[in-house]
Ligand binder design. Structure first.
Ligand code: ADP
Ligand code: MG
Length: 634
């Protein structure tokens, strides 16, 4: 048997022989196989997809030597007519599409009609099949592309495809395979993935007589999705959904998204499905990332299963042989649907990191704050949402009240800095407890500041431990973001300008930053070749004793880096990050009772209070259940 990659060069030197000639059909299929059949897991994927397309309710997969020696997929689906068996293993033969227009609305997993032919060209393949109306089963065998005649045999309704000795005739391809154990794991992963998208179908995988996976038919979507995420993580997932189907090219979405504390180091725990088909898609990944912005550290990746449904003509699945990639007609709609659904799910939930290092499953009492399992009803969903947003502000932060509430933190904790910024409009700090309607009239909670860094208190679930700097940073960030979104930040004029020593590139950066600085309430201009004068600075930063000179110098350094695009939303958030970090109380600051109480109250008022703007947790909760476990009471 010739190696597929070795061209036949005989006669190439003779002038009379044609140099261009059609490829041998086996070679054509082997080349196609190079795209479709990379390893046993690809065989598993193709065969299981065929079984799904055939309407199977149960699919069994048997493997030997990680699928290298044998992959057998047996289904109870519609079967293949005896006369169709030779066609099924031939190239470009499919029952799924007939006309070019069909390509625009593909609803099946397969359609290219090349999988069986490709697999047959690089293995020993046997198909046994029987339709419900047939008296018996029929069988066809193909070895290295050569088909034997169809012969009658016995067998149940459905189809069983045996693929033996993969790549027996293409040793070079075989060399790329990993150990049997690795290939087996990939085969099981391929089944898990397809199973997640088809919770009504039962799947069983066995290898060398051992059952590796056994999923009963008719599981709930959540239970199935947890098969790929890890069942033990059940309590760490929220349900996300969106239904934008009203519009003709609509998108519906259902998914499980992980709490920030189970984010991973890679994006391998993101499983995206479109119309039941596992896909990889940059737009969706980006939207997912966006939704978690500020909730996880930038180096981490959210964990999620997202199932999207679109009309078949809203997407082109015919852009890649393995069908991993698809092309959406409306990527911006896609982005906004995913972003909104995931963001809403995160907003509605209590994202407080729970427990010590590793979260214990199911530990929130009555899992009240975590979305219940099973399907979610919209009214309940909306209710969750409402509960987390202070009713008094109609869903928006009331800046003035927040500012008032922050003021005591300023007045008590910050002793006059030596380089006191120039005086600004004189106002006596309002006492937050006098601001009507802001502080909830709940009984005072007991609060303890620990080592001038952490705040410990009690809530309805157990003990809450707060990092004072991280939480205050988040509060400052949300206040600033809300304010900037509503208009430019309020600023104070300096009586005498503050002078920043600047380099030439600082001056250039200042120029490009102009619109951003205006939004932030910073007024600065070059005076001479090496200095910049600051004339006005945001009130909120003044209040928090942030030094204008230090701040602007740092901002200009930051703006010099290549990645910084001053006109992007990202840059704005970056700068707000810097501001909040500088303005927030620090570890080591002593806080008075009033400040502690205010800070904890603000925690309940703002969004994303579970994590600081860099994604680190602001709070950790030890639930009563966990404490009981730790003390061996249960
Ligand atoms: P495609 O799935 O793209 O149509 P394949 O080469 O995978 O191409 O399969 C060729 C044809 O064989 C399918 O169109 C289908 O008619 C038939 N077929 C393959 N597997 C099965 C199965 N398990 N049950 C019923 N029909 C099948
Ligand atoms: Mg197929």
């Amino acid at each position: 048997m010739q190696e597929a990659a070795t061209p036949t060069m005989d006669g190439a030197t003779s002038d009379s022989a044609p140099r261009i000639r059609p490829l041998d059909p086996l070679l054509v299929n082997q080349i196609a196989a190079g795209e479709v059949v990379e390893r046993p897991a690809s065989v598993v994927k193709e065969l299981v997809e065929n079984a799904i397309d055939a309407g199977a309710t149960r699919i069994a997969i048997d493997l030997a030597s990680g699928g290298i020696d044998l992959v057998r997929v047996t289904d109870d689906g519609a079967g293949i007519a005896p006369a169709d068996l030779p066609l099924a293993v031939g190239p470009h033969a499919t029952s799924k599409i007939a006309h070019a227009t069909d390509l625009e609305r593909i609803a099946t997993m397969g359609f290219r009609g090349e999988a069986l032919a490709s697999i047959a060209s690089v293995s020993r393949l046997t198909i046994r099949s029987r339709r419900p109306e047939d008296d018996g089963a029929s069988e066809i065998s193909v070895e290295g592309g050569a088909a034997h005649p169809v012969k009658p045999t016995s067998g149940p309704v459905g189809t069983s495809v045996h693929v033996r000795n993969l790549f027996f005739n293409t040793p070079a391809r075989r060399k790329f395979l990993r150990t049997a154990q690795t290939e087996q794991t990939r085969c099981v992963d391929a089944v898990r993935s397809l199973a997640a998208a088809n919770p009504r179908i039962g799947f069983r995988v066995s290898a060398d007589e051992r059952t590796l996976l056994d999923l009963p038919p008719d599981q709930s979507p959540r239970a199935r999705a947890l098969e790929i995420l890890g069942r033990e993580l059940d309590s760490r997932f929220l349900e996300a959904h969106a239904d934008q189907f009203d519009d003709a090219r609509g998108i519906a979405l259902w998914g499980l998204v992980g709490l920030p504390d189970i984010a991973r180091a890679t994006n391998r725990a993101q499983h995206i499905f479109l119309n039941g088909r596992p896909i990889r898609d940059k737009t969706i990944q980006h939207a997912l990332r966006e939704a978690y912005r500020g909730l996880i550290e930038p180096s981490r990746h959210p964990t999620a299963v997202l199932m999207l449904e679109t009309a078949p003509d809203a997407v082109d699945v015919n852009v890649h042989p393995t069908k991993w990639e698809v092309r959406f007609r409306d990527t911006s709609l896609l982005h906004s649907v995913v972003l909104r659904a995931v963001r809403d799910a995160l907003r509605a939930a209590d994202l407080t990191t729970t427990g010590l290092l590793r979260p214990l499953p199911g530990t929130l009492r009555g899992s009240e704050a975590i979305q219940p399992s099973g399907s979610i009803d919209a009214a309940r969903f909306v209710e969750y949402f409402r509960r987390d947003v202070p009713a008094s502000t109609g869903g928006r932060l009331d800046y003035d009240r927040l500012r008032a509430a922050l003021d005591p933190i300023r007045s008590e904790s910050h002793h006059a800095a030596t380089d006191e910024p120039p005086a600004h409009a004189d106002q006596s700090p309002p006492d937050a407890s006098h601001v009507p309607g802001f502080l909830s009239p709940r009984p005072a909670r007991r609060i303890l500041q620990v080592h001038k860094s952490y705040i410990v208190t009690e809530d309805e679930h157990g003990v809450l431990i707060v990092d004072q700097h991280a939480l205050h940073e988040r509060v400052m960030f949300e206040v600033l973001l809300e304010r900037v979104t509503a208009g430019n930040l309020e600023s104070q004029r300096l009586l005498t300008p503050a002078i920043v020593q600047a380099t030439e590139s600082h001056l250039a950066a200042l120029d490009s930053l102009a619109p951003l600085l205006t939004r932030l309430g910073i007024q600065a201009e070059p005076i001479g070749p090496t200095s910049i004068a600051i004339h006005a600075f945001p009130t909120l930063l003044f209040d928090r004793k942030v030094d204008p000179v230090e701040f602007l110098a740092e901002l200009l350094d930051h703006a010099e880096t290549d990645a910084f695009n001053p006109d992007s939303e990202e840059a704005l958030r970056d700068v707000l990050d810097m501001m909040s970090c500088k303005a927030a109380v620090k570890a080591g600051d002593t806080l008075g009772d009033h400040e502690l109480a205010n800070l904890l109250d603000l925690r309940d008022q703002i969004e994303r209070s579970s994590n600081c703007p860099h994604g680190r947790p602001t709070s950790i909760r030890l639930t009563i259940d966990q404490l009981d476990k730790l003390f061996h009471r249960t």
